[in-house]
Structure formats: C-alpha cells, structure tokens
Design a protein around this ligand. Structure first.
Ligand SMILES: Nc1ncnc2c1ncn2[C@@H]1O[C@H](COP(=O)(O)OP(=O)(O)O)[C@@H](O)[C@H]1O
Ligand SMILES: [Mg+2]
Length: 275
C-alpha cells in the first residue's frame, strides 16, 4: 500500500543510489517491495543487479500489462525498469502522461492494491509528468539534496513546499515532504554548516543524512549494494534512513499516532469512500 518517492530539484545527488538501498533494506525486513523507475536514464536496474542487456521496461510500451515488465532482482526487490528507449519515446511518454496521468496512476494503484506491497519510485531531477501523475499516491516524498552550497540555496524552496508548485494538490502533498542530505562530510566545515542549517530550518522534516563514502560509489561498480550496517559509514546512515522512512509509512507499527486523521466516517464508508 505505501508509496515512497525519491526526487530532487537537482541531478546527480544520489536519488537512484538511495532509492535502490532503501528498497533493498525494506525488502530485507520482510516487506514485498516493488521499485518503479520513472527516469529515462533507466539506471535503477543496474543498482538492483539487472544486467545491462535487459532493456525492456514499463515505459517501452505503457499500454502493455505492467506485470510483463516486472523483474525480480538479486537485491530481493521487484523492479519495473523504465526501459531503454529513444529520446523521442521518452518525450512522447511525458506528453502522454501530461494529457492523461491515469495511464500511470492506474498501474501504480494496481501494484499497491496488495496492502503488503511497498512501492518505491525513483525519478529524474525536477518536476516531471510521471512523478506528477503519482504524487497523489505518495506517502513519503523524499527530496534528496547534497550538503553543499548549491543545495543549500534550494533549501528554502524545498522547506516552503514550493518545489511542488502551488494549489490544492501541492499543499496536500507538502506534509509528506521529507529531506535527505546526501554526501555529508563532517570533516568539511561547509558540509557541516549546511547540515546544521538544514536541521534548524527543517526540524523533523530532515529525515536522514548520508555520509560521503567511496564504498557507496564503488558498490555499483562491484554490482552490489552496501547493506550491512557493519560496513559503517554510509551503510549505517542508509539503515537509519530506511528506519526513518518506515516510521513514516501509514501501515507501519512505528508510525507516529496520526493526529486529525480519524477516518472511518460512517456515511463515507456507506457511500464507498472508505478512508
Ligand atoms: N553518499 C555517497 N557517497 C559517495 N558517492 C555517492 C553517494 N551517493 C551517491 N554517490 C555517487 O554519486 C553519483 C550520483 O548518484 P545517483 O544515485 O546516480 O544520483 P541521481 O540519481 O540523483 O542522479 C553516483 O556515482 C553515486 O555512486
Ligand atoms: Mg538517478
């Protein structure tokens, strides 16, 4: 049922790396996890251990039944790859989803129709039609930024929720927005200053800080994920991040008591609008 999305106004900040690790860590805790790649770069498959020659994906042909694109990966995560497509096809997919978000939303709803399934989305930088199509379904919108000056400049925009745009949908999703600072280096005064400033600005909306760690960069080159907390460094931070995200998921026993979300309104249930 729960949906987690990794996004960022910026590219190259670790969205795919973090999405792959969090998906695999949640799978290791016994959850059924399906990862869906919304990025035409189609890189999530490599992090999760699919060979480069596997080029099929959900966005190769959005009208095909999604189960035909589902791959079981060595990381223990089900994967819906984007697919290796021509740039023109990627633009056509984006245009089709701007026109009709349901093309993708219906697929995602079907994936999480099984209440035991957690859906993890990886997206390209910035606002995109595929992510916009799924935003109403997202429980945790993890915005990944670096602990550097360029990312620091984006923090006020992120903190205000304006990265989501304006209007009713954006304000509805803003409460689910959480920030992860990646590539934190506590030996760097700038990195430390950005982390401290972000913590002050965001409070509990800062849900994770992941150390800059060459082992994490190398993991992809070794076709593996950094999953053992014993490896220290970023691996430990990734576990803490997976914990923080799990605690924010609606069905999680560790989730904080939801204030003002009483649900179960009798008339709405009668009319088939169960919340
Ligand atoms: N915490 C980290 N420490 C060191 N390198 C990292 C870390 N996180 C990501 N990287 C490296 O940064 C690069 C970009 O990561 P990636 O996940 O592809 O970013 P995005 O999906 O945002 O474009 C990759 O080479 C990755 O291995
Ligand atoms: Mg990426």
């Amino acid at each position: 049922m729960p949906v987690i999305a990794f996004t960022s106004p910026k590219g190259g900040v670790g969205k795919t790396t973090l999405a792959a690790h969090v998906a695999a860590l949640l799978a290791r805790r016994g959850h059924r996890v399906v990862a869906l790649d919304l990025d035409p770069q189609n890189a999530l498959r490599l992090h999760l251990g699919l060979p480069l020659r596997e080029e099929e994906g959900l966005f190769t042909d959005l009208s095909r039944p999604w189960r035909q694109s589902l791959r079981e990966t060595p990381a223990g995560v089900g994967l819906l790859p984007y697919g290796t497509v021509e740039p023109r096809r990627a633009m056509e997919n984006a245009a089709a989803l701007l026109d009709n978000p349901e093309l993708l939303a219906a697929i995602a709803r079907d994936v999480v129709a099984d209440p035991a399934t957690i859906l993890v989305l990886d997206s390209p930088p910035g606002p995109t039609p595929p992510l916009a199509a799924l935003l109403p379904l997202v429980d945790v919108l993890a915005v990944v930024l670096l602990a550097d000056a360029g990312s620091a400049a984006m923090l006020p925009l992120v903190a205000s929720g304006r990265v989501l745009g304006r209007g009713t949908l954006a304000s509805r999703v803003a409460g689910r927005l959480a920030v992860v600072l990646n590539q934190v280096d506590l030996d760097s005064p700038l990195s430390k200053a950005v982390l401290d400033g972000a913590a002050r600005m965001l409070g509990d909306r800062l849900i994770g800080a992941v150390a800059r760690d060459e082992a994490l960069a190398e993991a992809l080159a070794d076709k593996r994920l950094l999953l053992s907390p014993m490896e220290g460094g970023a691996a430990e931070d990734l576990h803490a991040l997976a914990d923080a995200i799990a605690a924010r998921l609606p069905a999680s026993p560790a989730a904080p008591p939801a204030t003002r979300r009483r649900g179960g309104y009798s008339a709405l249930s009668e009319w088939g609008l169960d919340s």
